[in-house]
Design a protein around this ligand. Structure first.
Ligand SMILES: [Ca+2]
Length: 346
């Protein structure tokens, strides 16, 4: 008997590689498989096979590129929270690469602007910040990452990740792709636009009409970002925000952030720095710099950007990157601009 047990033990070792984890004995996984079978008619045997060999470390071994560590600059760099955040998202060649992306995909971006009303520079900025224009789509196997997040002991937000795993498997079936081959972020975000699987179903679009939705490819990614914005209430040709002046160096007194709206007439002493013909209520967005707070009005379109990532700093980085890209793009193509970009889309 002992020998048989030993034999089975070694057989199992052989069947389950050491770098893999077997989740099929986990009660939550079993329940999940039952659910997938009952609700969506998934083959249980197939799912048991998938969950038997979940890679322990889902990081893709060959695509990890060594980070280039820049020598410390002699120059002092300000340490306010916005100073730091904006350096991460607005520097590192982001604008120049954005201009390049906008040039290469001009036709698709114009098409998206026409259909969804979202300007090319905002779609480009999202793709820039989310995946560095497709250069960094994530080096994790999504199936394995989501399985660990959904079923590991003491995991946080397990219900959320179970739902994402469910939607991920359904997406793989719809799109006829192999679940174990898809790469993305550590938390399951996929493609140039880093969509979570649950967004894929409702918000991603087949923008090149080839019958497949592939947000790892630029055309579908561009259409999908524009559709995401539109579905969340983006208003064509309305502004996103403007910097405002106020008395003092630090702003206190009124609540700031995308969750609080104010009538402009109630905001005494707060003035836009340029003419700003926007009649609707605004949010006050505070950017904490080392020496002072920068204050902005955020419009309804600003709020839409926060639906992509629930953060004022994120939305502001998208806005400022978009503005930088647009200004540089226009400067570069000044002579042609009248005939091409916006002119033909309005
Ligand atoms: Ca497609």
């Amino acid at each position: 008997m002992k020998q048989v047990k030993l034999f089975i033990f070694f057989l199992l070792l052989y069947l389950i590689p050491l770098h893999a984890q077997d989740y099929t004995e986990n009660n939550e996984t079993k329940a999940f498989i039952e659910q997938m079978h009952n609700n969506f008619n998934y083959n249980k045997e197939y799912l048991y096979k998938l969950f038997k060999q979940v890679r322990k470390d889902p990081q893709v071994p060959h695509t990890i590129t060594k980070k280039i560590v820049k020598p410390l600059s002699e120059e002092y760099r300000p340490q306010g929270s916005w100073d730091i955040f904006s350096r991460v998202h607005l520097e590192n060649n982001q604008t120049a690469l954005g201009v390049k992306f906008m040039t290469e995909h001009n036709e698709t971006l114009q098409k998206a602007y026409k259909k969804y009303g979202v300007p090319p520079e905002y779609i480009t900025a999202i793709i820039g910040i989310e995946s560095h224009y497709g250069k960094n789509r994530g080096v994790f196997y999504v199936f394995d990452s989501l399985t660990h997040l959904a079923f590991q002991k003491d995991g946080k937000r397990k219900k959320f990740y179970k739902h994402e795993l469910q939607e991920f498997l359904r997406m793989c079936y719809r799109e006829q792709v192999e679940p174990r081959a898809i790469k993305g972020s550590k938390y399951g975000a996929i493609g140039l636009a880093q969509f979570m699987p649950s967004n894929y179903k409702t918000l991603a679009v087949d923008f090149n009409h080839d019958g497949k939705i592939r947000i790892s490819q630029p055309i579908d990614a561009i259409g999908s970002v524009a559709n995401y914005f539109k579905k969340n209430g983006w208003k064509k040709d309305e502004p996103v925000g403007i910097r405002v002046s106020y008395e003092g160096n630090r702003f206190y007194g009124l609540k700031t952030g995308y969750a609080y709206k104010y009538n402009r007439k109630d905001l005494k002493g707060i003035k836009p720095r340029r003419y700003f013909p926007y009649k609707k209520s605004v949010r006050l967005i505070k950017l904490e710099k080392e020496k002072y707070d920068e204050l902005w009005y955020g419009t309804d379109n600003f709020y839409v950007i926060t639906r992509y990532n629930h953060s004022d700093y994120y939305a502001m980085a998208v806005h400022q990157l978009a503005e930088n890209i647009k200004a540089n793009y226009n400067r570069l193509y000044k002579s042609q601009i009248k005939n091409t970009f916006y002119a033909s889309t309005k």
